[in-house]
Ligand binder design. Structure first.
Ligand code: ADP
Length: 395
């Protein structure tokens, strides 16, 4: 990245929290989280109050830009964009697709524009990296007219992480990013897999929403939609209750009562059956996606683990890739037990298995600077979209 003199504020406004980090060049010089926004008992009343509080506590002299994390860019945004009124309107139009996230992201953008009117604001979308997924990978096999009308398609999420991690993997292996195929496994509270061919996302496990795909801390990931009809018809569940069940009371927490993988690992080591089953369900799902993405990519150069669990759990890494030696995939126990960004496959392995610490904030900084300089990051991120069309289905 050019210009170590840049000062970028990264804002990640969630429904009840604001995470912020101020960067000088690539160095984080300040940061923190304001929580419990809008909750009774202590937190700031709304995002505006929270942001005022954040900005008042920071030295913003010479601020170059603000980079905002925005969860849903729909089909409109294939790259980060400079925020203007049209972009704000487009993010607003996408609220039905991300009712929890986009309103909070938008509040952050609007307050920052108001409080810092002379500072360029850049929106960086979680979905943008996945706009290169071919139609066959983005289309759900339902009535296409219904799908079109309601914006039903695979958008994918965690794009900033998958972009950052796949690029870092190329650097770690000293290979050109444009030439390698990788499978990245982002295993945090949310979790997703992504197949990246030559710097472009070609498949990802999260779909229209972050619910699909891998098993997560509180989300089920893949399941048979009939489960929803069954709970509705036979169980008398309301739609909102099912939404709550699948998004907040499933996954690790649903199977064990704990959404923290550390607790699951400890309980499994103590021989508890539910924890052991949850571990197996979790790692078997990952293995299935690795196999599927291997087949889609045709050739895999690297498999990279990232985020809390991916970076810190040798047990999950080993179990997820166990028995895949015939595919050229193996994990070296000693390397797996180490720390830091590294290759954990044996030296002779055909496919490099890697651990790379993700840094979504730094990726937002780099993408923000790239937008200001009117250039693209290598591969992956595509052309900035100047004048977004309002989505017909949603307006
Ligand atoms: P988020 O998705 O909220 O950014 P993280 O990427 O930090 O979250 O991942 C959170 C997950 O990482 C939790 O399930 C937590 O239990 C897990 N985790 C953190 N440290 C360890 C560890 N040492 N071993 C196993 N899992 C860990």
């Amino acid at each position: 990245m050019s210009g170590d003199a840049t000062r970028i504020l990264v804002l990640n406004c969630g429904s009840s929290s604001v995470k912020y980090r101020l960067y000088a060049g690539r160095d984080a010089v300040a940061g923190g989280t304001v929580e419990r926004i809008g909750e009774s008992g202590g937190g700031p009343a709304n995002h505006e109050m929270a942001l005022r509080e954040v900005l008042a506590g920071l030295d913003l002299t010479g601020l170059t830009a603000v980079g905002h994390r925005v969860v849903h860019g729909g089909t409109l945004f294939a790259a980060p964009v400079l925020v203007d009124d049209a972009v704000v309107a487009a993010i607003q139009d996408l609220i039905p697709l991300a009712p929890l996230h986009n309103p909070a992201n938008l509040a952050g953008i609007e307050v920052a524009r108001q409080l810092l009117p002379d500072v360029p604001q850049v929106a960086v979308f979680d979905t943008a990296f996945h706009r290169t997924i071919p139609e066959a990978g983005a289309t759900y096999a339902i009535d296409l007219a219904v799908a079109e009308r309601f914006g039903i398609r695979r958008y994918g999420f965690h794009g900033t992480s998958h972009a950052y991690v796949s690029r870092r993997t190329a650097a770690l292996l000293d290979r050109p990013y444009e030439e390698i195929n990788t499978i990245s496994l982002h295993l945090g509270n949310g979790a997703s897999a992504c197949a990246v061919a030559g710097g472009r996302s070609v498949a990802t496990s999260m779909g229209m929403s972050p619910l699909e795909g891998l098993v997560m801390g509180t989300r089920s990931g893949d399941l048979d939609p009939t489960i929803i009809f069954h709970l509705r018809r036979e169980g008398g569940f309301a739609v909102d209750d099912i939404d709550d069940l699948l998004n907040y009371r499933s996954g690790l927490v649903g199977m064990t009562g704990d959404n923290d993988m550390r607790a699951v690992l400890r309980r499994r080591a103590e021989g508890e059956a539910a924890a052991s089953l949850a571990f197996d369900v979790y790692s078997r799902r990952i293995k299935g996606y690795v196999g599927a993405y291997y087949a889609l990519l045709g050739r895999v150069d690297a498999i990279t683990f990232t985020a809390g669990i991916g970076e810190k759990s040798p047990e999950i890494r080993a179990a997820s890739l166990a028995g895949l030696e015939r595919l050229g995939i193996a994990v070296d126990p000693q390397r797996n037990a180490g720390s830091g960004d590294r290759v954990i496959s044996p030296p002779e392995a055909e496919i490099a298995v890697c651990v790379v610490a993700t840094d979504e904030e730094l990726e937002i900084v780099e993408e923000t600077v790239a937008v200001l300089e009117h250039r693209q990051l290598p591969a992956g991120t595509t052309q900035p979209v100047p004048e977004p069309e309002r989505p017909k289905a949603l307006s």
